[in-house]
Write a new protein. Structure first.
Length: 543
C-alpha cells in the first residue's frame, strides 16, 4: 500500500516536506576557543595539535608542525613549562586534565630523533633586526622574524645560547642535548649568532646597520638581602651558584646548606646542593607552604630527594657553620610578622634565592625608554618609547617563565614585521570560550591519565640525570586521545545520527565537516544538546 504523501520518508520527494519554516531558532556550527589554547602564554593551538596527534603515525609530524607554528621548543617546553593549559583543561573537572605537556615533550623528542626540520624562511625582505639576548624570548623572536624573511643577528653576552634555560635550569630538568638540538635548529635557518658579545648601548647597537631591535635580556642578577654576618660566614646567591655549576665550577657549599627563599630557583638550588654532595639541604621560607611561589611539582620532587623545609622562618644572622633563625607568624592580612623567638640551625653555607633582576644598563639614557620598578615600559605590541626598539621576556612587566618569554618573542616578531612594513599589527578577535558547561561529557569514555615515570629518588642523589621520563608511543597516543576537543567539531557524526529530520548533511570534503539543510531543520536543538564538544549552538532565526 502506498504511504500517505504527508509522511513519506523521502525528504526530497516534495516541496511539501520542507518544514524549516516552523523554526524560531536555528542550529549553527561554531569553533569555540578551547581553554587550553586560551591559557597558553606561548599562544599554542593546543587542541589543534592534539587532534593531529590522536591519529598517531604520520599524525605526529603534523602535530609537531602545528606546535612549531607558534613555539619552536616543543621538547624544551615539554620539560620546563608549568603547563597552565592543564590547569585550565576542562577534562580536569571530569577526572584528570589531559597530560598536554607530556604529549608535547613526546612530539618534541620524536622530532629530534627523526630529524624533522623547521619551516624554510620566507623571501628576503632586505631588513635586518638585532636581537639582544639568546634566551627563550630572543631565540623565539629570531625564529619568527627569520621565517618572515628578515635578516636576524643575535648578540649574546654568554659563551653559549639558551639564556636561563642553560644557565638557570639544572640539567636534571632540561638535558643539554635537548636544549642544543632545538636551539641549533633555529640557528640553522640562517640566524647569525654572536656569543660573548655584550650590548651596552641599545641606541648605538640599533644604529649599527639594523632596522629594528628586540631587547630580551634575562633576569640573571640575584637579588640581595641584608643579613648580619660574621666574617667567616659563607654566602652566595642562587643565580651565581647555578650558573657556576653549568659552567663546570663546583661551589664550596660544605655538607650543610641553607637556601633562603621560596620560589622555583630556591628548589633548584637546594636540589643541586644535594647533588653536589650536601648531606643536608634546608629551604628557609618566611611564609607558609600555601603561600610558597614554587610550583607544587618542584616542592614535591625536592621533598622526595630529602630537601627539608623550614616554614615561617627568617634568617636573622649568619655565622661560620651556624644560622640564627627567627620564627614568624602571619597577621590578619596573611603577612608574616616577627615573633622574637630565635633558634639556631647548623649550616656551612647560605644560598640566597630571593628573586632575580635584569641588567638594564643598555637602555640607560636612551630617549623614550622608561624604566620603572626594574622593568622596561612597553606598549601592547612590546615596543618601547623609542620607535624601532622592542623589548620582552624578563625585561618587561609580566610573569617570568620560559613559556611567557616565548610568547613575547612570537608577539614581538609580528609587531616588528608590521612596523618594518609600515603597517599596524593585525588584531584577531578571540571566539567564545568553550566552557565545561558547553560539553556533553556523557559521550566520553573513562580514561585515567598516563603519568610520566620519575627516576627513583635514591638514584638522583649524586648525579644530574633527567628526573622525569617521557612517554612511549602507546602512552602518548592514549593521552592525546583523552582530549575532548572542547568547542571544536571532530567529525564524530553524532549530530548526523540524532537529527530527527535528516537535516544534517555530511560534506565529505577535506577540511569540511557538516552543514545543516535549513529547508528541513525545525530548530529542535537536539544536535546542540547531543554534541559532545559543544561545537553547535542555537541562534535566533533571521526573519
Amino acid at each position: 500500500m502506498e504511504k500517505p504523501f504527508a509522511i513519506t520518508l523521502d525528504v526530497g520527494s516534495s516541496l511539501a516536506n520542507k518544514t524549516g519554516t516552523w523554526r524560531t531558532d536555528r542550529a549553527v556550527y561554531v569553533d569555540r576557543l578551547p581553554p587550553c589554547n586560551h591559557a597558553c602564554p606561548a599562544g599554542e593551538a593546543v587542541q589543534a595539535w592534539l587532534y593531529e596527534a590522536e591519529e598517531g603515525g604520520e599524525g605526529y609530524e603534523r602535530a609537531w608542525r602545528r606546535i612549531v607554528a607558534d613555539n619552536p621548543f616543543p621538547a624544551i617546553m615539554g620539560r620546563v613549562c608549568y603547563h597552565p593549559c592543564e590547569t585550565a583543561c576542562n577534562r580536569g573537572q571530569l577526572d584528570e586534565a589531559v597530560g598536554i605537556n607530556s604529549v608535547e615533550r613526546f612530539l618534541g623528542d620524536l622530532a629530534i630523533e627523526r630529524g624533522w626540520r623547521l619551516p624554510e624562511p620566507g623571501s628576503d625582505t632586505g631588513k635586518r633586526v638585532l636581537v639582544v639576548g639568546a634566551g627563550p624570548s630572543g631565540l623565539a623572536a629570531a625564529y619568527f622574524l627569520r621565517l618572515l624573511g628578515h635578516g636576524v643577528t643575535i648578540r649574546e653576552a654568554e659563551p653559549a645560547a639558551g639564556g636561563m634555560m642553560r644557565w638557570g635550569i639544572p640539567r636534571y630538568r632540561l638535558p643539554r642535548d635537548v636544549l642544543d638540538a632545538e636551539v641549533n635548529r633555529i640557528i640553522d635557518l640562517g640566524v647569525e649568532l654572536e656569543t660573548g658579545v655584550g650590548v651596552t648601548d641599545a641606541e648605538a647597537a640599533l644604529e649599527d646597520g639594523f632596522d629594528a631591535a628586540f631587547l630580551a635580556v634575562g633576569a640573571q642578577i640575584g637579588k640581595r638581602a641584608y643579613i648580619p654576618a660574621g666574617t667567616a660566614a659563607r654566602m652566595l646567591d642562587a643565580v651565581t651558584m647555578l650558573h657556576g655549576v653549568e659552567a663546570g665550577e663546583r661551589p664550596l657549599l660544605g655538607r650543610r646548606v641553607a637556601v633562603y627563599g621560596g620560589g622555583d630557583t630556591a628548589m633548584d638550588a637546594a636540589r643541586t646542593a644535594k647533588r653536589l654532595g650536601a648531606s643536608d639541604a634546608v629551604v628557609v621560607y618566611r611564609r607558609t607552604r600555601e603561600q610558597m611561589p614554587a610550583h607544587e611539582v618542584e616542592l614535591e620532587e625536592a621533598s622526595e630527594e630529602g630537601v627539608r623545609m623550614r616554614w615561617l622562618s627568617t634568617i636573622k644572622r649568619a655565622d661560620e657553620g651556624r644560622l640564627t633563625l627567627e620564627r614568624m607568624e602571619l597577621d590578619e592580612t596573611g603577612f608574616p610578622q616577627p615573633t622574637g623567638e630565635l633558634e639556631e640551625l647548623d649550616a656551612d653555607a647560605v644560598v640566597l634565592a630571593l628573586g632575580q633582576e635584569c641588567d638594564l644598563s643598555l637602555v640607560e639614557g636612551v630617549p623614550g625608554i622608561d624604566v620603572e620598578d626594574g622593568v622596561v615600559d612597553v606598549g601592547s605590541e612590546l615596543m618601547t618609547g623609542r620607535p624601532g626598539i622592542f623589548a620582552g621576556g624578563d625585561m618587561v612587566p609580566a610573569e617570568r617563565s620560559v613559556t611567557v618569554a616565548v610568547g613575547h618573542g612570537h608577539r614581538a616578531a609580528g609587531a616588528i614585521d608590521a612596523w618594518l612594513r609600515g603597517e599596524e599589527p593585525t588584531e584577531v578577535a578571540e571566539p567564545e570560550l568553550a566552557s565545561f558547561e558547553t560539553l556533553n561529557t556523557w559521550y566520553y569514555a573513562d580514561a585515567d591519565r598516563m603519568h610520566r615515570p620519575r627516576l627513583d629518588a635514591v638514584r638522583r642523589q649524586d648525579n644530574f640525570d633527567e628526573v622525569v621520563a617521557g612517554h612511549d608511543d602507546e602512552t602518548a597516543l592514549f593521552e592525546a586521545r583523552r582530549c575532548m576537543s572542547c568547542g571544536n567539531c571532530f567529525s564524530c557524526d553524532n549530530c548526523f545520527g540524532v537529527c530527527p529530520d535528516n537535516a544534517v548533511i555530511k560534506l565529505g570534503r577535506p577540511g569540511e565537516r557538516y552543514e545543516i539543510d535549513l529547508d528541513f531543520c525545525k530548530g529542535c536543538g537536539i544536535c546542540v544538546a547531543e554534541c559532545p564538544s559543544g561545537a553547535i549552538q542555537m541562534v535566533p532565526e533571521q526573519i
